[in-house]
Design a protein around this ligand. Sequence first.
Ligand SMILES: Cc1cc2nc3c(=O)[nH]c(=O)nc-3n(C[C@H](O)[C@H](O)[C@H](O)COP(=O)(O)O)c2cc1C
Length: 209
Amino acid sequence: MSITTALHWRYATKRMNGAKVPTTKMDIILDAISLAPSSFGLQPYSVLVIENEAMLEKIKPIAMMQPQITEASALLVFAVWDKITSEKIDTYINRIATERNVTVDSLNQVKEIIEAQLKNSDSDNFIWSSKQAYIALGVALVAAAEEQIDSTPMEGFDKNLLDVLLNLEEKGLRSSVIMALGYRDTKNDYLVNLKKVRREKEKLFITLN
Ligand SMILES: Cc1cc2nc3c(=O)[nH]c(=O)nc-3n(C[C@H](O)[C@H](O)[C@H](O)COP(=O)(O)O)c2cc1C
């Protein structure tokens, strides 16, 4: 399927039918997330994969009772580093050194560039990290569509309550955006046959010649 066909096929699914997404397809979507680009390659987030039904029941009231939460096969929670620390940067630099078989010293310049990020406040860095997580969300949405798995990107939830429920603070994380994965309920989803609405291309794109 071409990427455009996949993007026309996908929509923010409002009702899902509870069917399980096979592990092979979940793995492809999670792989795509892990391959998403991020500034410096830092990936300043973790993605919680929640399939436990009891946990999804607890999340639903935190997410405005949106039915997809419990009708989905899995819920991804994009949870962002609450702060960027020199330890986290060191861990990343060491990882590059190991993966590429180079010395840590040879990465000093890269490290200095990334460390400039430490000059910002924790709240600015949290916003910056959230932007990185949204790129991963976008990649996940496209990957799911390509695999004919329905999804809903969701900001309609109480971040503070979700953080408490998932003990994110003790993991040094804060929730940013969530994504339901599953299969559309063609009988009950009012959006199934509605035309996609997008801004006119001549307004969306400004070509400078
Ligand atoms: C960051 C983000 C947050 C969203 N939050 C919700 C949400 O909480 N609930 C929901 O049903 N749809 C949510 N949406 C879906 C949008 O409403 C939808 O993507 C948009 O209307 C375009 O429609 P389409 O995705 O079906 O093409 C969200 C989309 C994005 C990108």
